[in-house]
Write a protein that binds this ligand. Structure first.
Ligand code: ARG
Length: 586
């Protein structure tokens, strides 16, 4: 559907043309001063320059034409040349009916098909998920949903760190603890021999242990490097063990991601990029981009306009091993081959900005993707503790994601009153959903690139811009609809618009689609959070001003219930795009 501002822009453009001016001057936007009018057009100022006339004169002429049109309740020219517009309730109601019939909730749909690969996982196998992975997951999931809501195809890739030194460390440590495992024998045969078996607690304990050990024990560190090299060269016993590490680690990750309401289409990892490295080397060689530097192979990516030094990107180290940039470049080859995407977006900590600048420049120079393909790093800031430093556990360690989820669930439990729940199970389930909603909303309300402070009390508050407030608003609407016996299929007619608070609410609902569009353009779900909050506060006012259940005029009552039901659906659409699950009651 065309948004209300598009419809009005068309009308005002025609009016400019009717007065002999360029129709392009007729762009209409929401008014800066809602107390004066609903919409405004500032085209008369640009017109003044084009036609050498006073802006007010142009605005007055156009307003004169618009006043003939029954769409406008008010069309006024205001000093020094603004065009202030307010539409009639009749027009607003028609727009509301069109919106309610739109399966896309007024969200503008992509004009041509578009495929986006979104890289928003990046957890490292063998290491437990920690809160560093939280923001990639939460923001990436929401951007995925935003892009899908606008009719784009998105492929979410977890891009596991599954091929590096951390695996060598785990294998080295396991080999010392279990020297008799068949997978460590030189003649290991994956077909005949017993395969290694691991469990999550062992894995979660062993990596931090081995990592710490490698920092002081040089022999052990050398061993881990050697094991990594042998693994990457395909030694069967290590490959078998690697597969088992992957199996256990991924199952554990999936559980946490699922609790967070985060999902990926592709569970690829850095290891999948391995087979594209030879192709990468070929292309870089063909194009003459590789250069030797201190035994390593590098590609220069500095540009004349660079203000800061831009080091060359290292493709192969002096020991011929591949590094982070190599896998990212090889992965671009794989993504181009498999999906031919229009965009590849990386939701990764903003501290990796240099890495991505180097990788993107190298990819474009080498022609790994067409010139038109957008490669973008959506860098995000850190979640800090109240001391302003990256959030830590009480003893100063990195907090595991599973512990963070438990913390928010417990806090939500304390906040909710047990007596409101039918069963203990109900209580626990709702506390988890409320806790996670608070956590996700508290994150997404911030522009991604900003750091923010994790304040659980504030995030869980029933007032203000919080996930809790939104879930609570929806439960309030649920109970109104329930009391009135209204379900999804109850036929309800929207007969008119009766009060100021309704008018405001419909205006906001009609503009919501544009908010989703802006959020995607700026790749910031925070706009969706802000809009959901605004809708919820407007609902509070509407509910306070109009006594729905006591209303005797049945047409009015039905209209209000119709608004409540649509608002509920719209709020749920917002939450869905944020990846937040609502609760029936709380
Ligand atoms: N595994 C990496 C890390 O822990 C993050 C990967 C992000 N994605 C990417 N394509 N580089 O830092």
């Amino acid at each position: 559907m065309n948004s209300i501002t598009q419809v009005l822009t068309a009308l005002v453009s025609d009016a400019f043309a009717a007065c002999g001016y360029d129709a392009a001057l007729g762009t209409v936007g929401l008014s800066d001063r809602l107390d004066l009018c609903q919409f405004q057009c500032n085209g008369a100022f640009a017109g003044a320059r084009l036609y050498h006339k006073a802006p007010l004169m142009i605005a007055e002429q156009v307003a004169g034409v618009l006043r003939e049109n029954p769409v406008f309740e008010k069309a006024e020219a205001v000093r020094p040349g603004f065009l202030n517009l307010t539409v009639t309730d009749c027009f607003l109601r028609e727009q509301a009916l069109t919106l309610m019939a739109d399966p896309h909730f007024g969200i503008p749909q992509a004009e041509k098909p578009e495929t986006i690969v979104l890289d928003y996982g990046g957890p490292n196998v063998a290491k437990p998920l920690h809160i560093g992975h939280l923001r990639s997951a939460i923001i990436g999931e929401s951007i995925t949903r935003l892009a899908r809501a606008s009719g784009r195809t998105v492929l979410g890739d977890v891009h596991l760190g599954d091929w590096g030194l951390q695996i060598g460390l785990v294998i080295a440590e396991l080999s010392e603890r279990n020297p008799d495992w068949r997978c460590f024998a030189d003649d290991f045969d994956a077909e005949k021999d017993a395969l290694p078996q691991l469990d999550a607690p062992t894995l979660n304990e062993i990596y931090p242990f081995a990592s710490k050990r490698s920092k002081t024990d040089e022999a052990f560190s050398a061993k881990a490097h050697a094991f990594t090299y042998e693994l990457q060269s395909g030694r069967p016993g290590y490959i078998a063990l690697w597969k088992e590490i992957l199996r256990v680690s991924i199952a554990d990750m999936k559980q946490n991601y699922q609790k967070l309401g985060v999902d990926f289409d592709l569970w690829y990892g850095e290891s999948n990029a391995d087979k594209f490295i030879p192709r990468l080397m070929e292309v870089l060689t063909e194009k003459g981009l590789l250069r030797e530097s201190e035994g390593a192979m590098v590609v220069d990516v500095a540009e004349e306009t660079d203000k800061a030094p831009m080091p060359p990107v290292i493709i192969k180290k002096s020991d011929n091993s591949s590094i982070y940039a190599t896998t990212d470049l090889a992965t671009i080859i794989q993504r181009e081959q498999d999906f031919h995407p229009d965009r590849i977006w990386y939701v990764v900590d903003k501290r990796q900005e240099l890495h991505f600048t180097q990788v993107f420049r190298c990819a474009k120079k080498a022609g790994l993707v067409p010139e038109t393909t957008e490669l973008a790093h959506l860098g995000f800031g850190t979640m800090n503790g109240s001391d302003g430093k990256p959030y830590k556990t009480r003893d100063g360690g990195v907090m595991r994601l599973s512990d963070l989820i438990a913390t928010v669930t417990d806090a939500a439990r304390e906040k909710l009153t047990q007596s409101d729940f039918v069963s203990e199970e109900d209580y626990r389930e709702i506390a988890e959903k409320v806790g996670i909603a608070a956590l996700k909303f508290g994150d997404l309300i911030n522009q991604p690139a900003r750091d923010y402070v994790f304040e659980l009390d504030k995030f869980l508050s029933f007032e203000g811009k919080t996930g809790t407030y939104l879930l609570y608003t929806i439960t309030r609407i649920n109970s109104i609809l329930q009391k009135a016996g209204v379900t999804e299929d109850t036929p309800l007619t929207l007969s008119g618009i009766y009060t100021e608070s309704e008018r405001e609410l419909w205006l906001s609902l009609l503009l919501s689609g544009g908010v989703f569009q802006r959020a995607l353009e700026e790749r910031s779900p925070s706009y969706v959070c802000e809009n959901a909050y605004q809708l919820a506060t407007l609902f509070s006012r509407f509910y306070h001003d109009n006594h729905i259940m006591a209303e005797e005029d049945s047409e009015k009552k039905e209209t209000w219930l119709c608004l409540c039901r649509y608002l509920r659906a719209m709020l749920l659409r917002h939450l869905d795009v944020l990846g937040i699950e609502a609760v029936e009651h709380m």
